[in-house]
Design a protein. Structure first.
Length: 149
């Protein structure tokens, strides 16, 4: 298993990116300006992807983190976050992530050492063209987390 930086043809990873952000035009807002990393299996297939963006002032944001369904719950997302933190340590001081207030994602980021900072009310109902349900919960608000790197 290796993690690579993807410089070209980022849209080739769209099926995996859509697992974490299910509206393509929302992905388009950050994919071109972000750094995309892919964790590959022995055959070169993507197990996990992550897009991060420079938000200025030493802040790096995870915009998308997705793990292939058959590979979930094996620590790959946590491994990707650790890779991102190590890769950008020294150039950035804080890693942030915004996610839906879901019973699936919130505990994951908390287990990875992130702490809740703020909420953007009605983010999902305002910016997405359809209701998004995750873990049986209709997503309304974007919850932000941070951790030092």
């Amino acid at each position: 298993m290796e993690i690579i930086a993807v410089e070209a043809q980022k849209k080739a990873y769209l099926p995996l990116l859509l697992l974490a952000d299910e509206q393509e035009d929302m992905i388009d807002r950050y994919l071109s300006r972000g750094d995309l990393y892919a964790m590959l299996d022995e055959d070169g297939g993507a197990l996990c992807v992550c897009v991060v963006t420079d938000e200025g002032g030493g802040v790096l944001e995870i915009k998308n983190l997705a793990v292939r369904p058959g590979a979930q719950r094996r620590g790959l997302g946590r491994t990707m976050i650790a890779h991102i933190a190590a890769r950008y340590r020294g150039a950035f001081h804080t890693l942030i992530v915004g996610t839906g207030d879901s019973p699936l994602t919130v505990p994951f980021y908390e287990r990875c050492g992130f702490t809740r900072t703020h909420v953007i009310a009605d983010f999902f109902t305002t910016h997405y063209d359809h209701p998004i349900v995750e873990g049986g919960v209709l997503l309304r608000d974007m919850v932000y987390f941070k951790k030092p790197i």
